[in-house]
Ligand binder design. Structure first.
Ligand SMILES: Nc1nc2c(ncn2[C@@H]2O[C@H](COP(=O)(O)OP(=O)(O)OP(=O)(O)O)[C@@H](O)[C@H]2O)c(=O)[nH]1
Length: 580
């Protein structure tokens, strides 16, 4: 793509900017040419050239050099538009390098200046980065809001396509799903219209993901298969991986273990070493389920361990992003309070001068104002502490039920197991999975499904002792660790919960029939490593499901030792409570 003949410097720079991704080789040549001629450039042209030089360093992966160059541009350029582009590019590479705190700080500064910037392209660049980065920190409302601003700025073209995609993606993530499919289709159309097929396919990925979640597997599969050939051509490995893992899930839902395994393995192969992403964790979970169904417990155990590692790494990254966002937000607030404090001090000094001759009154006023300053600082500190505590709580709790989320459950359980291991006192792990929960959602609606989850949590809580660790470890799956508990006690406790769950709900709650299956493993047979207990309890749970659901099943080793140990009252307990 050549530059138009007789182009002036501004036109050449604009041309370079336009081709920088689509024809990077030509861009690099043009850049070298422009650098030679730069002595005659205007100030704005020189800054534009410096920005393009920094951009090229990013493109070739030289982040350290790019960061220095971008930092200088941001600090020194008098041109707002160029400062915004440099800021947005810097935010992008900081986020990519997992330097989230620096990324949010930089983004905050750019957003602060944005109202003064009229250049639409520069605004689009900052708003686009903001939407993506904030979605990563779980700030979906803000992400949607920034995407909306892009859509409002552009009635057509590439930015409108990207704005609409970002909006539909943020809505998908925040669960605003009323008419969502329609909006996602509009985003796809807007992108197809301007040949931005990559963004159209990214939007289709969310559509397929929702279809899988809603068990419209055939829709998902046909959409994914249609887009797959173009997706693998983009040289954008992240999108290919997202498609691979969705295909694996869809095939698994259709009981096609062969293809599910193929796509899950492809996802694993494509993962960067040490990078833990959601697709990777999902792929390992599927591989674990596939091996488990094949009865290959050794293989299942190996994949389960990898799944736990990837899932933990992924959640750590999510938490790191969210914590960095909160940290920067609080720092910004702190700065505002500091400014407030300075303003108040100035007011006091001014008043002091004005009232200098009335000394007594002045000192009274002075004290009153000082008290006001102190009170406002105290109030701010209180709010800061409260918001920190709230945030710590949110990071550990499941949003729907308020109990520990998976990650925190794992942390607390590992700690409790370390403690009981020291004293060699036993512990048992119970996994609970609601039966046919998809049918409950499909029959009574998602809200009734959510209420059923909350009701299950209340029932479990009524059977917990202090020291027990309770958490939601998946959609309709819960875990309870019972420290210092024998297998018989765990069986009895699980059975009591099972009966309470299946009991007809009282008139105040919805009449949703509910049962649950239980899998139990104890440290006596599986030791004090959580991952071994999880695999054993999960295997027992799998058998509880396979054998007809609504039952409590203990892991294989516990069963054989129970059967062998004639001194235990296994038959009595089993018959009395219906354990299988
Ligand atoms: N309402 C609601 N549904 C959820 C939530 N999390 C997951 N689910 C749904 O739970 C269902 C779980 O379905 P499956 O894994 O197929 O299992 P199931 O239908 O319970 O069948 P079995 O476990 O084999 O008895 C899916 O349809 C999910 O969409 C949630 O927070 N709220």
């Amino acid at each position: 793509m050549a530059a138009p003949a007789n182009s002036n410097t501004s036109e050449l720079l604009a041309h370079a900017d336009a081709i920088k991704t689509v024809d990077n080789e030509a861009f690099a040549k043009l850049l070298a040419q422009l650098e030679k001629d730069s002595a005659t450039f205007s100030t704005e042209e020189r800054w534009q050239l410096r920005y393009l030089e920094a951009w090229e360093e990013v493109y070739v992966g030289n982040f350290a050099k790019a960061q220095l160059q971008l930092g200088t541009i941001i600090r020194e350029t008098p041109i707002d538009r160029i400062r915004m582009h440099a800021s947005a590019t810097l935010v992008n590479i900081l986020g990519y390098s997992h330097r989230y705190e620096d990324a949010y700080t930089q983004l905050d500064q750019a957003l602060d200046q944005l109202p003064r910037v009229s250049d639409k392209d520069a605004r689009f660049h900052v708003l686009g980065e903001a939407s993506q980065l904030l979605a990563g920190a779980g700030q979906y409302d803000l992400a949607a809001n920034y995407a909306d601003q892009i859509v409002a700025d552009y009635k057509e073209g590439r930015p409108r396509c990207i704005g609409m995609y970002l909006k539909s993606h943020a809505d998908f993530l925040r669960g605003h799903l009323d008419s969502w499919n329609e909006h996602a289709q509009q985003a796809i159309e807007a992108c197809v219209k301007v040949s931005e097929n990559l963004f159209a396919d990214a939007a289709r990925q969310d559509v397929a993901s929702l279809a899988i979640r809603q068990n419209r597997t055939k829709d998902a599969l046909s959409l994914l298969e249609r887009s797959y050939p173009s997706v693998i051509k983009y040289q954008y490995p992240e999108l290919v991986t997202e498609y691979d893992v969705l295909l694996a899930q869809a095939y698994w839902q259709m009981d096609d273990a062969y293809h599910a395994e193929g796509f899950a393995l492809k996802t694993v192969d494509a993962a960067q070493k040490g990078e833990y992403t959601e697709p990777l964790a999902t792929a390992y979970r599927l591989l674990y389920q596939i091996e488990r169904e094949r009865g290959n417990l050794r293989g299942a155990l190996a994949y389960h361990e990898k799944y736990l590692e990837a899932d933990k790494g992924r959640l750590d990254d999510v938490r790191e992003k969210a914590l960095a966002y909160q940290f920067v937000k609080q720092q910004v607030e702190a700065k505002k309070v500091e400014l407030d404090k300075l303003n108040k001090k100035n007011q006091i000094l001014q008043l002091q001068q004005a009232l200098g001759h009335k000394e007594v009154e002045t000192s009274r006023l002075y004290i009153a104002l000082l008290l006001t300053v102190l009170a406002s600082i105290g109030f701010w500190l209180y709010r800061l502490k409260r918001s920190q505590l709230r945030f710590m709580r949110l990071a550990r709790r499941d949003g729907l039920t308020g109990i520990f989320n998976r990650q925190h459950f794992v942390e607390e359980t590992e700690q409790a197991l370390r403690y009981v291991a020291k004293s060699l006192r036993g512990a048992c792990l119970i996994l609970i999975d609601l039966d046919h929960f998809k049918t409950i959602n499909d029959t009574y609606g998602h809200v009734a499904g959510d209420n059923a989850l909350k009701r299950t949590v209340l029932i479990c809580q009524q059977h917990l002792h202090s020291g027990d660790v309770f958490g939601r470890i998946g959609g309709e799956e819960f875990g309870i660790l019972l420290p210092e508990c024998t297998l018989i006690q765990a069986l009895e406790r699980a059975e009591r919960i099972r009966l309470a769950v299946q009991a007809v709900p009282d008139s105040e709650t919805e009449q949703v029939p509910l049962t649950a299956s239980f899998g139990i493993a104890s440290t006596t047979h599986y030791g004090y490593h959580l991952r071994h207990l999880l695999v054993a309890a999960d295997d027992a749970l799998y058998r509880a499901k396979r054998d007809g659901r609504n039952r409590v099943v203990m892991s294989m080793n516990e069963r054989s030792s129970f059967a062998a140990d004639r001194r235990t009252s296994y038959d009595t307990v089993a018959n009395k409570s219906g354990f299988r």
